[in-house]
Design a protein around this ligand. Structure first.
Ligand SMILES: O=C(O)CCC(=O)C(=O)O
Ligand SMILES: [Fe+2]
Length: 350
């Protein structure tokens, strides 16, 4: 994640997020798909943050998934640490409070997480953050969490096609690069303890690194910065997902879509939130798409290798990866950026 400065945003001074029904993106009629895509594209340009309805994911599947996640976090610290993220080969597993060190933050955020990555079982395609997932031995967890991952992954592909149409590109411009992407689902638990006097936020202000995020929160707390630099509440809409543009889509779109800064304020009740960070394949060069470069609008961003950038940023924020770097067991990709240097000021959560 990186922290966007308000002056970089081209967003309007929205007071609530647009709600977009994306069911038209599934239509067999190309005009219907284009109409839905145009609405999606307008919301992405105006706000960079929106709700989507008509997504086609059943509430039963979401409820089963939420129940498993709750069961998981109700375990003791020692039980959860059996699947510590530091034991995994693909950056999956339990992330205890304090594991992530955020760039410029005074104190760690109040949260614990379980990270689930793309479950990549073919050794010949292994990369630093791509490999088989670590799963806890908790009845039904793998089945129900994987089912949710797979459904949201497909929704991601639908939205990738929508964004392509909205940008007047061939419909598969993004999805042809979505084969084994380092797309991560985070199960985040923000505990609530009224007896702990703390002003620590849930998550400090940042933008997400990836192309876009599909988020399902269970309670209020999320705030988004509008084009006037004001923090706007994102209430929970039961049958919707929250979508936000990330850094890589900003680069690919040559700044037509801008990553929106957001944060989670100190929670007033126990809260869970499930961001799925949708990405392109590890080796893809992320740079402004040639169709979106012109004399009037020259390329505004330097190329990045998708997975390498993600890995380099993650390796500089997680304790266990920092130790592997120190011990020489891992190396940052050549030319990696520091946490503070990606386009905007400051960064680094997750
Ligand atoms: O908890 C939330 O609602 C947002 C989480 C988030 O912004 C993130 O993990 O990047
Ligand atoms: Fe985020």
């Amino acid at each position: 994640m990186s922290a966007a400065s308000p002056e970089t945003t081209a967003h309007i001074a929205f007071q609530s997020l647009p709600v977009i029904d994306v069911s038209g993106l599934r239509s067999g009629d190309a005009r219907q798909r284009q109409k839905s895509a145009d609405a999606l594209g307008k919301a992405a340009r105006d706000a960079g943050f929106l709700y989507v309805t008509g997504h086609g994911i059943s509430s039963e599947l979401i409820d089963r998934f939420r129940k498993r996640v709750r069961e998981y976090f109700q375990q003791s610290h020692d039980e959860k640490m059996r699947d510590y993220i530091g034991y995994s080969v693909n950056h999956s597993g339990y992330v205890p409070e304090g594991e992530e060190q955020f760039y410029g933050a005074k104190a760690p955020d109040r949260k614990e997480a379980y990270d689930v990555n793309f479950d990549m079982l073919e050794p010949e395609h292994a990369r630093p953050m791509l490999g088989p997932n670590q799963w806890p031995e908790l009845d039904g967890f793998k089945t129900d969490v994987k089912a949710y991952y797979d459904e949201v992954f497909q929704l991601g592909n639908l939205l990738f096609r929508g964004f392509a149409l909205a940008l007047e590109l061939p419909e598969d411009s993004f999805t042809r690069h979505v084969n084994r992407p380092p797309s991560q689902l985070r199960l985040i638990h923000y505990p609530y303890n009224p007896d702990v006097p703390t002003d620590r936020p849930g998550i400090g202000a940042h933008t997400d690194y990836e192309c876009f995020t599909i988020l399902k929160p269970t309670a209020p707390g999320l705030e988004v910065m509008n084009g006037a630099g004001e923090w706007i509440d994102v209430p929970v809409l039961e049958d919707a997902f929250v979508i936000n543009i990330g850094d890589m889509m900003e680069i690919l779109s040559n700044g037509l879509y801008v990553a929106t800064s957001h944060r989670v304020r100190k929670v007033a009740e126990e809260r869970y939130s499930f961001p799925m960070f949708c990405n392109l394949d590890y080796d893809v060069r992320i740079e402004p798409l040639p169709q979106l470069i012109s004399k009037e609008r020259p390329a505004r961003y330097e190329p990045q290798v998708c997975g390498e950038h993600l890995f380099a940023q993650t390796a500089q924020t997680f304790q266990y990866l920092k130790k592997r770097l120190e011990r020489g067991e891992l190396e940052l990709p050549k030319g990696s950026k520091g946490l503070s240097s990606f386009g905007r000021e400051a960064g680094g959560q997750r």
